[in-house]
Design a protein around this ligand. Sequence first.
Ligand SMILES: [Zn+2]
Ligand SMILES: [Zn+2]
Length: 359
Amino acid sequence: MRTEGAVFHEVGAPVAVEEIVVRDPQEGEVRIAIQAAGLCHSDVSAINGTYPTPRPTVMGHEGAGIVEAVGGGVRTLKEGDRVILSTLAHCGHCPECDVGHPTLCHNAPRPGTPFTVRGKPAYQFANTSSFARHTIARVSSAIPVPAAMPMSQAALIGCGIITGVGAVLNRAKVEAGRTMAVFGAGGIGLNIIQGGVLAGAGKIIAIDLMPAKLEWAQRFGATDIIDAREGDPVQRVKDLTRGRGVDYAFEAVGHLSAIEQAFNALAPGGTLTIVGVPKLDARADFLVNALRVDRAVLGCRYGTARPQHDFPMLAELYLGGRLKIDELITRHYALSEINHAIEDLERGELARGLFDMTK
Ligand SMILES: [Zn+2]
Ligand SMILES: [Zn+2]
């Protein structure tokens, strides 16, 4: 079918909002009418060349919509189901999938080209392409949610929320009453903070360079804030924890200086979880001997998510008033305004920019 999407053709050039053709769903796939989509830093990192991405690509990877056609062999979804897109394309039967680690799947298929743009095949971004009014998804990437879940709020679960809350609950497994520090209070950092609230963390310290983000952090449950421009944040974290440091540190920006500060802010026995994604060849510098007192450094991909379990759970937490999503949406955009939205995100003005894909 003919529809409209935001297409990445060239590094550094504006994204083109133009006509795209979406093929019919094949075996094990569904076609989804996207209702809402969020803009995430990973979209920008592809567009500006930080992460090499094949082109042309229909962008967007955070979204929710309604199933409008199902391919052969699809038994778990039907027309009219409301779904959140998951960026994982896990196989469901390799050893990692079998033990409940779909983010580590061995057999994830390579990016497909379900679109045609200007007469040529175009790639799907992160198995989703939510900046298209209609897209294709494998059944494993289309996660049903309760009918009561509004689509704009549902969209953000699929990347920003699962990445942040999942890092706390699934990866670091923060224990109630413990202390944590979050370096970077943007879209992901705020979700790490509210993940800490859900886990019952005793002290949640937010660190950022922008006063507006520190205000957001307090609204999301930070108990203490540190403006990183006012002196050494590591010392400030220690001052707030009786000289000990924190049990859990999270880095949500992907900056080496913040990763190193987060490591240095750990108490003995503390765990650093790196959620931000630095450049591909980035190397951090820390004292290896500091690990001897049971400190640990963890990576975390996509909130160590199990989407079929986690997405409906997060939707229920929202519907029960225990997860903030409305407050994450800083600004609404039409798809035609995507380049403007990217500029706003790069200026640090957005927790999340949301596209209403039905307009
Ligand atoms: Zn994302
Ligand atoms: Zn697998």
